[in-house]
Design a protein around this ligand. Sequence first.
Ligand SMILES: NC(=O)c1ccc[n+]([C@@H]2O[C@H](COP(=O)([O-])OP(=O)(O)OC[C@H]3O[C@@H](n4cnc5c(N)ncnc54)[C@H](OP(=O)(O)O)[C@@H]3O)[C@@H](O)[C@H]2O)c1
Length: 309
Amino acid sequence: MKAVCIYSYGGPGVLVYEDVPRPRPGSGEVLIRVYAAGINPVDWKIREGHLKEMLHHTLPLILGWDVSGVVEVLGAGVLRTRVGDEVFSHSDISRDGAYAEFVVIREAEVALKPKSIDHVHAAALPLAGLTAWQSLFDAAKLAAGQRVLIHAAAGGVGTLAVQLAKQKGAHVVGTSSARNHDFLRQLGVDQVVDYQTARFENVVEPVDVVLDTMGGEIQDRSWKVLRRGGILVSLVTPPSAEIAARHGVRHTSVSTQPNAAQLAEIAKLVDAGKLQAIVETVLPLSEATRGHELSERGHRRGKIVLRVG
Ligand SMILES: NC(=O)c1ccc[n+]([C@@H]2O[C@H](COP(=O)([O-])OP(=O)(O)OC[C@H]3O[C@@H](n4cnc5c(N)ncnc54)[C@H](OP(=O)(O)O)[C@@H]3O)[C@@H](O)[C@H]2O)c1
């Protein structure tokens, strides 16, 4: 099969598009024919070697852990899934991924894809959708009527977090550059802040939840906008307990986990017309290098997806 592998860590140039053996599903696993693979920042962070001490990958490694496709072969003991099921998944990042014509995934990480959208849009949902879900609902316990500040609201995670927060009945403040303001208002953002011309801490009324997708200086400035007892949820830099205590607020980090039940809830919202996947760029699998270059620039609206086959 065709796949995009890395044999060493480094820049986008280490991605190799080549023929590799088709994998076989083991017990409790399914072989999926990949129709689309979503690109996430974690893909190029792993490519650069940032997580190598944590993940202990054996190289060569196939990148890309967001997939939409069709179940082709069942491993032993697979009970819930059938050959021919159209599925989507965010799979375990310690294993080979889905920049390939086929991928083996644990059945427990696979859910039926939303029926109302194509594979390209379904592949844009898994990691970003689960991250938004696990941050806003599991970590922050966001409730109707609360106020949430979503940094990088126009990004992969942000566009889904905005919609999930609105579904919950929250008041949503989002940061982005001016090019995305009309788009974000249409998506439901109540207050859009241009991070290039305004300091959000000067223009945002206190919020109950900050979704920190940026870390660093943006996290440092975010403490001030939290109401006492509010919570900062970071996806990137573990927040300081000491600083949180000083501001009388709570803090947590999220490391998103595969979760088929939550993916099924996300699919339900999509099919009910309550959640949309935003895809800005679609590229063929052979252009994964270009996809990484674009993603690394950090100014995407929604997602970049590789079309396979
Ligand atoms: N912990 C976890 O498990 C986990 C899971 C998923 C993601 N993450 C991390 O979360 C981060 C966001 O992921 P993503 O997929 O949403 O990334 P992304 O799609 O690449 O984010 C791009 C967005 O960032 C915005 N942006 C850039 N600089 C900004 C700034 N200074 N202020 C506000 N917005 C800014 C851009 O808006 P403009 O174009 O308008 O500039 C663009 O829309 C990444 O670092 C990713 O690795 C962590």
